[in-house]
Every structure is written in structure tokens, then in C-alpha cells.
Design a protein around this ligand. Sequence first.
Ligand SMILES: [Zn+2]
Ligand SMILES: [Zn+2]
Length: 558
Amino acid sequence: MEACPVAAAEDWVARTAGEVRAEAERRHPGETPTCASGISPSGPVHLGNLRELMTPHLVADEVKKQGAPCRHILSWDDYDRLRRVPAGFDPSFAEHIGRPLSAVPDPCGEHPSWAEHFKEPLRESLARLGVLVTEISQTEMYTSGAYTEQIILAMRRRADIGEVMARYQTKRPVQADTGQPDDDEPRNAKGEYFPFKPYCASCGRDDTTVTGFDDATTTITYSCACGASFGPLPIAEVAGKLVWKVDWPMRWAYESVTFEPAGVDHSSPGSSFTVGGHLVKEIFGGEMPLHFGYAFVGTAGGSSKMSSSAGRAPTPADALEILEAPLVRWLYARRRPEQSFTIAFTDEVGRVYDEWDALTRKVADGTAEPASVAAYGRASATAEGPLPVTPRPVQFRTLASVADITAGDETQILRIVRDLTAGDPVATLDEVRPRLDRAEAWVAGYMDPAARTVVRPEPDLDRLADLTDPERAEIKILTERMGDYWSLPALTTLLYGIPKLQRGLPLDAPPTPEIKAAQREWFVLLYELLLGKDTGPRLPTLLLALGQDRIRYLLASG
Ligand SMILES: [Zn+2]
Ligand SMILES: [Zn+2]
């Protein structure tokens, strides 16, 4: 795809929003600009597909924040054929291959159709993300006859369309799986090209071949692989749809789409965009939307529940389970569209939260870069208003440790979080929500099981009997003084300071290499006595989580 200048700009959202307003005004003065996304509800909509929605959303929202109206349409390609049964679903659904997604039965029995089954979770995620869209069901559009005029036009101009298709056919690369049908050049036995594919009135599938179309009467005849044949029938009464590469530009014109980005896999010669650019102008009397290709968004680290069903990739709902909504928005808002990136469900989650918290502080005290302030603004609020935030954003890693150590016991969690916020203690856990819920979900679903904290039920009497005198002295200082240092920063000072005190140095003495080595040994000793292994969550957090009685019990014989 030709590089669009707006994509290369520093602030691509502001630049594209400006272009969208100017372009809409030039094309249809006074008309509300339209940004478009398209999703095929053929299977679980993966987190990677969210860029198809976030890119136009950020632009449309920017226009609205400037005080101008803007429409963001989500075109559900639910009238596309079922191409294959996704991994993890009953293979008997293969019976429905070739039928519209909206006509395939629901895999769970609670939705009206296969398509609705996959729409619902995405719709819920979009609401949580503050992504406002106007949904358009292509099933409703096609079956209501909304496109009849365009279908007749395309059929009458089939020779011209076939000629454009043929021009690009030789250059047509093997299509990556774009979720689009690969039946763009259907020709019948006589070599005639028709841009319309009926869904068979007998079997419901699109294994059909158009055998004739009468330009004057607009009647169509077709046969199907099932043996049925129909017609001549008025095309307005025949179920079916335009082939993808004709359907897309028809809709650009029909909806007056001003801006529609697409995955970079649409960028090759002969792609839907190249062909569509000709057809929208030459056939449908419209213009190509402003567009650019956006790069791939990958995911890393899955949960135990994901690996259980083969091929299960994370969805936006999975991301929202562990990331606050503004953070998910930020992952997209801070990157230029041509930058690919990975959303990790691993320990990286803690780092993303830390970066977000650091940016929040910088924005608050006015020290953030303008580009970062803009990305922060787009992440944390839409034109409709701010997204929910955690009132007291305790560090995510700390909350994850607390959730891990307490196994989710709310009374214990509240006690610990109060100690963590000793200077201005929280009153209820609601003050650390939704972040606490995200941390609990991460611990339950994504934390490396080997890293889970299991506290010793009983003291390690053998190890305690073998303590050296200096070790015994360190434990004595801890158990005697920890009550006076019972907060996160104070316990940190005490824990690092104990090896210093033992050497007759003050708590705040600068660490020497010798002190550092002694601190490491001391921490290992505590991990061994408390957890039975030589590593674990940060010790001050661990101690606060255990509580003084439990610590004294486990270190007692010392
Ligand atoms: Zn369902
Ligand atoms: Zn049939």
C-alpha cells in the first residue's frame, strides 16, 4: 500500500483527524465524517484484531474531542460464508461451511446464531474500552434489500468489473488469511464473470454458479453443487452477496467512508484496496477512503485455560481481565500504526503498569513530553468522558504478590493494603479496585505456577537448629523491631539495615560490597525459613502479608 503521509507524522491521531475533517468537507460538505472498521465474526475475535477497531476509534474520538461530529461504523461481515470451523469447536459444524455466518447455528445454544456468539464478547469489550461504534450487520443490509440497486449496477457492469479483476489477477499473490472469502473471480463454464454469489435456496450454501443474468429484467439463474438450480428469478429476491473485492468498495460509496485503515496484508498489488480503489470510482461513483496499513499486534504468554483448548488466542476480554481499560487503550494510542507490538500476559504486565503509573505521575506534575501527554489523554478518556480508574493505584506487582500470598482472602488483603498505605490507610478495598481484581486475575490465570508463593505451614526446625550466631542475631533484631517498622518503606529500610546494625553500623550507612553480600545471604535465609525456597516476592510485601504473629511463629526457634 502506498505510504499515507498521515501515518508517518509524529502525532498520527491528530494529523489523521485533521485530514478526515478536511476530506469529509471536500467530498460531502456539511456531512458527518465516517471512520470504518470491519470484523468477520467467524470465530473468536482475537486481541490482535483490536487494532482494526482502535485505529479508527482514536481518530473518530479525536475529531469529536475537537468539537466536531464523527461517526465510527463497525461493519459486521456476518453475511460472509463460514470458511472453516475454528480450532476448539465441534468439527460437525463443517456441515455449515458455505453458509452465511448469521445462518450457522450458535455453538453454545444461547445466541441466535454463530455470528452473534462471537459478536457479543467483542461488543462487551468495546463498551468497557469506551469504543463507541454504530454497528451495521451486513446480513441485515443484504437481506433487507438495502443494496439491491448496487447489486444490479454491479451485475450490469460485470464486464467492466471483470476487466479490472483480470488486470490484477496475474499479480494476485497468495492471500494470507484475512478472514475474507477467496472466491473473488467466480466465472461460469462459459467463462462469464459475475460479481454476485447466490446462497442456494435449497441447501443455503454458496457453492453456486451464476449461469445467466438479464440486464433488462434483472433476473438471475444459477445452479448449485448440491444439484439444485434456480431461475430466472428477480435478483432482488435472491439471497446472496457481492464478492468481497466488489462488496468493500460498494460499501465505501454507500456509507461515504472517509477513513478506513486495514492490516498491512491488504497492501499487496491486486489487494482488495488496489482493486477497490478502481471499482469505487469507476462503478459506484464514490471515492476511496483515506487509509493506511497498520502493523501486526502479537500476543505473548497464555493462560492455563487458553492452552487447554487448541488454538485459543487471547481476546480483548482476556486483556481487560488483567489490564485496566485505559492501559489497553494506551498500548494502541502510544504506537504509530506502522509499528508492530506485542501484548504480553507474562511478568511484563507488571512493567506496563509501572510505566503507566510513572506516566500518570509525570502528567500530574507537568513533566511529561507533549506526545506522551497526548497518548495519556487518549488512553484515559474519550470524548464521552473519563474511563474508570483505580482511586489508589497501589503498584500492580505488589497487589499481585498480595493476591498470591493471601490466595485471595479479602480480610487479609485489606489488612495488608492498609499496612501498605500506612501514611493514609485505605478504608475499603474498593479504593484499590479495579486494579486489585486485575492482579488477582493475573495471579490466577497467568502467573508462572513455579513462582507462586507457598508459605511454610510449620517452622523448619532442622534449619532453625543449624542457625549460626550471626543469623540468630539478625532474626532477633527483626522480630524485636519489626513492630516499629510496620509499613512498606520502613520495613524495607529495616530489612536492608539489619546486616548493617549487626556490624555496628547505622541503618542508613552506605552499602559496601561486603554489606551487599551480607544482605543477599540474609534475604535468602528469610525466604528459606518462610517459604522453603531461596527466592520469592519482595520481602517487605511478604512480611506485611504474613503478619507479625506468623513471622514470629516461623522464625520462633531462632
Ligand atoms: Zn453462543
Ligand atoms: Zn445448494
